[in-house]
Design a protein around this ligand. Structure first.
Ligand SMILES: NC(=O)c1ccc[n+]([C@@H]2O[C@H](COP(=O)([O-])OP(=O)(O)OC[C@H]3O[C@@H](n4cnc5c(N)ncnc54)[C@H](O)[C@@H]3O)[C@@H](O)[C@H]2O)c1
Length: 257
């Protein structure tokens, strides 16, 4: 039994479909009700088990309702994927206090509330796994101030949770996607921006939601039985350091004196 937030679109939807295909019952939650219902309908048509609930991750009553749905409909909860997130896109200079607080509410307070309320239920369901979707922006400096702060916060919170919940039989890990296809940033990128996005990744391509879903599935299941408190980049080498392009340019310049 798994609960995945922000699962109406993108990575969350890919995770919901993959988990259901592997036999898990999935509570799909989001604030985008139309797409959330469509994800559940698709899973059910394919023979899987899923339920949708409107759930704003910044709301504690919404969390209580989502966890209750997992218990009532599917008899418990073993996996929580804190996937929902927003990208305010502003530098420190441009950041309004309200936008800062909204980003922290959704990207950081939401996962904290989810872990606080879900962990006792996961423990009482026999243990399991929590996967927190941070970002490469939680490993590096990123231009977006509130996003970066929230994703670094989620990385730290995941480590605290891994220690706190280990005695309850719950593993907690964070994943750190780099640029992933299918997002508005990619869809709306100018040719110059698209080229510079690709040039910043050693593998010179964006990742896909299904590649992220495979990592989340691995961390959620027993194949990852001794992995907790880990932070795993899934970014084509972006956070590892200099790019292939930069290395080639440096080599060329050094060889010409
Ligand atoms: N796409 C990328 O390049 C990328 C890179 C690094 C990290 N991430 C992270 O991956 C996660 C998934 O993002 P995605 O790329 O699939 O983007 P997405 O925009 O396709 O999906 C995010 C989902 O979260 C939902 N959501 C927004 N606010 C919510 C709220 N208050 N409560 C519940 N749901 C809410 C949206 O409706 C949407 O369905 C996010 O946490 C994001 O920060 C994405």
């Amino acid at each position: 039994m798994a609960l995945i937030t922000g699962a109406a679109n993108g990575q969350g939807a890919a995770e919901a479909r993959l988990f259901a295909a592997e036999g898990a019952a999935v509570v799909v939650t989001d604030i985008d009700d139309a797409n959330g219902a469509e994800v559940v309908a698709g899973i059910e048509q394919a023979g899987g088990r899923a339920a949708y609930l409107h759930h704003d991750v910044g709301s504690e009553p919404d969390w209580t309702a989502a966890i209750a749905l997992a218990q009532e409909r599917f008899g418990g909860l073993n996996v929580l994927v804190n996937n929902a997130g927003i990208v305010p896109r502003s530098t420190i200079d441009e950041t309004a206090l309200g936008a800062w607080q909204r980003a922290l509410d959704i990207n950081l307070t939401g996962p904290m509330l989810g872990m606080k309320l879900a962990a006792p239920v996961i423990r009482d369901s026999g243990g399991g796994s929590i996967v927190n979707v941070s970002s490469a922006a939680g490993l590096t400096a990123h231009y977006d101030a509130a996003y970066t702060a929230s994703k670094w916060g989620l990385r730290g919170l995941s480590k605290t949770a891994s220690v706190e919940y280990a005695p309850w039989g719950i593993r907690v890990n964070s994943i750190h996607p780099g640029q992933i296809e299918g997002t508005a940033l990619f869809a709306n990128a100018s040719p110059a921006l698209a080229q510079s996005l690709r040039a910043s990744i050693p593998m010179e391509r964006a990742g896909t939601p299904s590649e992220c879903a495979e990592l989340v599935l691995f961390l959620a299941c027993d194949s990852a039985s001794f992995i907790t408190g880990a932070e795993i980049a899934i970014d084509g080498g972006y956070s590892a350091g200099s790019t292939t392009f930069m290395r080639q340019q440096m080599k060329k310049q050094m060889s010409t004196g």
